[in-house]
Design a binder for this molecule. Sequence first.
Ligand code: MOS
Length: 757
Amino acid sequence: MTKIIGTSPLREDARVKIDGAAKYVDDLSFPGMAYAMLVRSPFPHAKISEIDASHALELPEVVAVITAKDIPGKNKIPIVFDDQPCLAEDEARYIGEPVAIVVANDRRTAQIAATLVSVKYSELPAITDPLLSLAEGAEKVNPVLGNILSRHKVNKGDVDSAMSIADVVVEGEYKTGYQEHAYIETQGVIAVPENEGGIALYGSMQCPFYIHKALGYVLGIPLSKLRVIQTVTGGAFGGKEDFPSLPATHAAIAAYLTSRPVKLVMTREEDILCSTKRHPGIVRIKYGARRDGTIIACDAEYILNAGAWSTLSPIVLWRGTVHSGGPYRIENFRVDAKAVATNSVPNGAFRGFGQPQVCFANESLIDELAVKLGMDPVELRLRNALDIGLETLTNHVIKESCGLKKVISLVRDEVKWLENRSRKERVLSNGKYYGVGFSAAFYGTGLGAGGKKIDRSGAFLQVAFDGSVQIAVGTTEMGQGHNTVLSMIAAEELGADVKKVSMLPIDTSRVPDSGPTVASRATMMSGQAIRDAAKQVRKIIHDVVAKRLGVAVETLEFEPGVIFSGAKKITFEEAVTWCFDERVHLAAQGWFKAPNTEWNSENGLGDAYYAYTYTAIGAEVAVDKETGEVEVLRIVSGHDIGKAINRREVEGQIQGGAVQGMGYALYEDLVSTNGKIIRPNFSGYIIPTAADIPEIKPVIVEEPYEGGPFGAKGLGEPPLIAIAPAIANAIFDAIGVRIKKLPMTPERILETLEAVR
Ligand code: MOS
C-alpha cells in the first residue's frame, strides 16, 4: 500500500506563484544588460537584397545590429529536419520571420531602432493556403524540403473491399483553426556571457536540452561551454517546446558578439504573430459499419498547414495520423497524412499534438454514424471500443491497462446520459436549447515509435545529513505540478518525508538530460528514473540499518519516514545519520528507457506507443438559436490514467484541459488573411474566462500500467483532446445542425442554421 501516492500534498510552487515572489525571466537583470529586439519580415514571401543598419546605429544607445552573416556558427535551428534558419538571409518566407537582431542599452531604444533598420525587400508570390501549396506546379515554399514537409501513411487490411460490403457508410470533411497557447508569460530569454567564451542562457521553456543543442549550432562552440537555465515558467502548453530555441539563439548570438548580457522578451502582439501555434487542419474521414454497429473500415486523409518551416510538424502529424480513426478496433484502416508548407508562421507543438484536429473529425463522424444506424452513440462507441486483447488502428495489440469501456460507462452515468439524451422538453426557461454530447479518445503516452531515440530519462538523487532529499532531473516544471509529483514518487520509493524532498533548479550543466517535457511523459519517464535512483539509495540505507539492528535485510519493511523489522523500528532520519557514520555514499544515478516498440514505417503498422490513456467526455450545452451563442453547462471528463499520483493535480489538469478545449471548440478564432494574423491580442482573440467555465467533473479510472511509476500513464494532454467533438455533438443534439469547422463561433452556428432553414 502506498502512503503518499494518491494523496494531494500542496504544490511546492504554490506559495511563490500566488504571493508574487516567483522570479520570471523578465524579473531578472544582470549587470550591464542590453536588450534585443527583432527586425521581422512584413511580407509573407520576399527577396531580401539589402539590410542597411546605418540609421539605427546612429542612435547613441544602440549597441549592435546583427544579421545572418554575423552568425558565428550555422544559421540553422535544429529540431527534426534542420531547415529553419535562425535569421532569414536571402528570402523571408512568412510575416514575422526574423531578419535582424537589434541590441540597445534599453528596451525602448531597441524597439525604435528595429524600425530604423532598412531592409530592401522585393515581394514574391506567396502561398498561404495548404491546398494551393499541394497543387500541381505550385511554387516551392520550403527551399529544403519542398511543399510536403512530411507524409505518413497507415495501411491495414483492405479498406476498399470492406467499404463496399459495409451496410452503412458515412463520411465528412472537418476543418479546424489555429490555436494560440495564450500562456500567461510571453516568450523570453536572457543570454549571459560566461568565462572562457561560454554562454549561460536563462529563459522560460519546456525543453532546456533542445535549446542547449540549438545554441551549439548557431554559436559553433562546444556544448560543454554552454548551459541553459530554466527560469520559473508561466505556462507553456507545447508553445515552449520547440519555439524558444529561436529567441534563445538570437539572444545568445547577441550576447556572444557584444560580450554583454542580452535580454529578449517578446511582447504579447509579437508572441501571437511570430511564435508557433496549433496547426490548422483539414480531415476527410469515412467509416463503414455493419448494421449491428461494428465498424469494419475507416479511411482518412489528414492535412496540416505547417507554415514555412518544418519545426515539429513531422511528429505532430505522426501522432495525429496513428490516432486518426479513434479509440476503436477497426479491421481495415487507411490514412494518408501530409504536413504542408505555406508562407505563414510555422506551427508547432500544442497540447494534444495533432490529435485534437483528428479527434474533432472522427468523434463528430461517429455520432453521424450513430444517427444513420439509429443507434445510441455511446452504445456505438462501447461496441467498438478498444479493450485488452484487441488491436489499435496500427495493429498494436493491447495487453494491459485499458480502461476505455469503464471510463465510457462511468462518464455516461455521471452525465446522466440516458435521462438527458431523451429529455422531451428541449427549450430551457431562458429560451435556449438544451443538448448533451459524448466523445471518446485514446492517447499514446510518451514519444512512442516516432521519437523512441530520445525517449529516456535520467535522474540523480542524494540524501543530506538531515534526511532531506535532493533530486535532479532534466524534465521541467511549467505550471503543471511536475515537481510535486516527482517529489512524491521519490518519497514513496525511498521511504522519506515528502516535505523534505526538493527538486534541483534546471541547469543543463547540473541536471541529467531526461528528454523533453512533452507528450505527457514526465511523470512516467522521470518518475521511473527517480524510482531507479531511489531504490538504489534505499538499498544502501537498508543494508546499514539491517546490520545495526542485527536483522536480515530481507526482514526490513518501510513506509515514508520509518523503517522497521518486527518490533524494531527507526526513523528515516536516524537511519541516515547511521549511514553518515558508516561513510556510505547516499546518492545514485537513475535511468529509464521507454519500453520497446515494434514499428514498421512502410505500412505504418506496429506498436505506435507502449501505453495509452483512455478518455471519455460528456458535455451539456445550452444553445441560443437567436444569437448562435453556446453556453457550456457541464463537462464530465473521464480518463484512465493508470494511477493518479497526486489526485488534486490530476483534477487540475482535467479541468484546465477542459477549459482550453472549450476555447478551442467555441471561442478561439485566430484569423489569418494571406499569411497575416489579424487581431494579435486578447481583445480580438477570445479565450475562456472564469465566467465561461461550467462545472467540470473529473472521473478518474486507474487501470495500472506495469511500465509506469505505481502504474501511472500520461495525463497532460488527454483532457483537452476530445472536448471539441463532445461540444459539437451536444450542439447537434440541441439544435439539429452539425458544425464541421472549429471554432464553433456564434457566427458560424447562425450561418449553419440559416443554411438549413
Ligand atoms: Mo507537447 S504539445 O509539449 O508534446
